[in-house]
Design a protein around this ligand. Structure first.
Ligand code: SF4
Length: 337
C-alpha cells in the first residue's frame, strides 16, 4: 500500500507558511512541500504525516531496545514507521530510516490499527515499542497507541534519537512510559558529521523527558576512530551523571554498516575502557550487551555490589529485586520494575 497521509499535530502558521514544531529543524513549509524528514508535509493550512503506519511488526524483548530498568522480561510488540530526522552514515536500519533521503529506500509501511495492536500486546501482558526508525516522527501514532493501551495496561516505549523540540518532549511525555535515547557525541562537529544535526537539543530532550517522569536510558555507539575514545565518552558520562547518576548507560559495539564500512567492530578494550569511564564519572549502571559476557549485562546494587538482575542476550535471566530493592542490603535500585 502507498503512503496514507493523516492529520499531524505540532504545527503553527508562520509568515504565510506552516511551521512544523516536532523536531528542532522546525521546517517552515509552503503548500504541498514535504519536510526534511520526508514523512511530514503541508497540505493547505494543516500538516500531515505518513507515519500512522509501520514497516515491521514483531515481538521481541524489552532488553533488546535496550531498556534494562523498565519491566525486565516484558515482551514488546514492535513497530517502526519509516523515516528519521537524522541521516547517520552508520545506521543499521537505513533501509527503513532513510526513507525520503535515499532514493533506493521504498515505502513499504502498512496502516496501523491502535486498538488491534494494543489488544494483541495486552494478550501477552506486553508493551508496544516503536523502534528501528525515529519514533517521534510517529507521535500521532504513539498517542493513539497509548490511549488505546491505557485501559488495558499496555504502555508505549521508544528507542529515539532524542532530536525533539520542547513542545514535542511535552507531548511525548504524556504518552511514552520509557525511552532509550541515543547520545552519539556531544562534540558539535562530530555530531553534525554523523547525523546532520546539532547535539544540544538531544541533551535538552533528556532533561525534559526525565523531569516529566519518563523512564530514561541512554545508548552511545562506540564507532572506532570517531566516538569510541575517552574524548567522546567522558563528556557524555559527565553530562549524564550531572543529570542523574542513576540513568543506565548502554555502550554499543559498532559494526560496519550503511556508508560507514571502513572500520572493524569496536574493540573490546574500548568497551571496557568506556565502562571504567562511566563508573569514574559516577554513573551507577553502565552496560555492554554482549562483548563483556553476562557481566556486562548484569544490574548490580550500587550500595553492596550484589547482582540484582541477571540477563541473557536480549532476554531476562533472573530478576532478584524485591519491590525494586536489593534482596541483600535493601537499597533501592532506580527503575520501573
Ligand atoms: S519533523 Fe520533519 S517536517 Fe517536522 S521539523 Fe522535523 S524534519 Fe521538518
Amino acid at each position: 500500500m502507498g503512503m496514507q497521509w493523516t492529520p499531524a499535530v505540532l504545527h503553527r502558521p508562520q509568515r504565510g507558511r506552516v511551521q512544523c514544531m516536532l523536531c528542532p529543524f522546525r521546517c517552515a513549509l509552503q503548500d504541498g512541500e514535504t519536510g526534511l524528514c520526508g514523512v511530514r508535509r503541508r497540505s493547505g493550512d494543516r500538516l500531515e504525516t505518513a507515519t500512522f503506519a509501520s514497516s515491521v511488526r514483531h515481538w521481541d524483548a524489552v532488553e533488546r531496545k535496550p531498556l534494562y530498568h523498565y519491566r525486565p522480561g516484558t515482551p514488546c510488540l514492535t513497530l517502526a514507521a519509516p523515516g528519521c530526522t537524522f541521516a547517520c552514515d552508520y545506521c543499521i536500519n537505513h533501509r527503513m530510516s532513510q526513507y525520503g533521503r535515499v532514493d533506493s529506500v521504498r515505502w513499504d509501511a502498512e496502516p496501523v490499527d491502535p486498538a488491534e495492536v494494543t489488544g494483541e500486546a495486552a494478550g501477552r501482558s506486553g508493551c508496544v515499542a516503536i523502534s528501528y526508525t525515529e519514533p517521534s516522527l510517529a507521535i500521532e501514532l504513539t498517542a493513539a497507541l497509548a490511549e488505546a493501551g491505557r485501559p488495558l495496561g499496555v504502555e508505549v516505549v521508544w528507542k529515539s534519537n532524542g532530536f525533539l523540540t520542547a513542545e514535542a518532549v511535552e507531548l511525548a511525555a504524556r504518552h511514552v512510559a520509557a525511552v532509550n535515547v541515543d547520545v552519539k557525541t556531544l562534540d558539535e562537529r562530530d555530531h553534525r558529521e554523523l547525523t546532520g544535526a546539532r547535539p544540544g537539543p538531544v541533551l535538552d530532550a533528556l532533561t525534559g523527558l526525565r523531569e516529566r517522569g519518563v523512564w530514561l536510558e541512554v545508548s552511545t555507539p562506540l564507532i572506532p576512530g570517531l566516538t569510541a575514545g575517552p574524548g567522546t565518552l567522558r563528556p557524555i558520562a559527565r553530562a549524564l551523571a550531572a543529570l542523574d547518576p542513576a540513568i543506565p548507560w548502554h555502550l554499543v559495539r559498532a559494526t560496519p554498516a550503511h556508508r560507514r564500512t571502513g572500520h572493524a567492530p569496536t574493540p573490546v578494550a574500548d568497551l571496557e575502557a568506556g565502562v571504567r569511564i562511566g563508573q569514574e564519572e559516577g554513573l551507577r549502571h553502565v552496560y555492554v550487551e554482549r562483548a563483556l559476557g553476562a557481566d556486562g549485562r548484569a544490574t548490580r546494587c550500587a550500595r553492596c555490589g550484589g547482582t540484582v538482575v541477571a540477563r541473557d542476550v536480549w532476554a531476562l535471566g533472573e530478576n532478584l529485586l524485591k519491590d525494586g530493592r536489593c534482596p541483600r542490603c535493601g537499597a533501592e535500585v532506580e527503575g520501573r520494575w
